[in-house]
Write a protein that binds this ligand. Sequence first.
Ligand code: ATP
Length: 234
Amino acid sequence: MLSVHEVTTAYQGLVAISSVSIEVAKGEIVCVAGANGAGKSTLLKSIAGAERPRAGSVTFDGARIDGLAQHIITARGIAYVPENRRLFPRLSVHDNLRLGSYMYRGETDRDAPLKLVFNLFPRLSERLEQRAETLSGGEQQMLAIGRALMTRPRLLMLDEPSQGIMPKLVDEIFAAVKQIRDAGMTVLIVEQRMAECLDIADRAYILQTGRVLMQGRAVDIKGNPDVRKAYLGL
Ligand code: ATP
């Protein structure tokens, strides 16, 4: 479904990811793990159209998407939840979700995605009129994911959904990611919390200083002695 081929992205000459290749098949949960500064966010931005790769290609459903504007990539079926979530802080939960659905062209049916969002995150349905800025960190992350789902994506990309969130809600969010896949979507998730991410993923990549260090089935990576020592603290 998604093919990132030898992508290099740089900021003012400073290379953040170098010749990175990853594949995501329909129906998979793929985790990209790595330490601070490994280039995880840059990889997602390069796919979402928020940064333009300097070299390489990104193909989605057989068509090149690198170089396209971000809203066009969204319309093609890729939803991206950035690290800082970018909610509309003064607007209610309900309005944030409604604005998400405006991005989806062609179909006016809002009910189906809304039902899915409320199913996944009952907390949101209890807080429809609450302003987004008054939600807890975990609830804001749920809202950011919910808003992305309102665009009815085929591929959902999440940048560190666990960041700054209390453990109980982290579990809820990871459980929701599995349900999102079970509802027919494909998920690409980048995380520093490797253990939890590997638990829900089918396959994983480890990024280190802008390059792919390792890739494979999530269970194999989790069992790899070097990974256990270097990344999982075991
Ligand atoms: P984190 O978990 O801290 O977000 P990350 O793995 O997502 O890390 P990136 O944010 O992709 O890593 O950063 C990769 C490298 O690119 C880092 O060295 C970072 O300082 C640099 N970088 C990221 N964004 C910019 C920017 N807008 N301008 C200049 N350098 C940047």
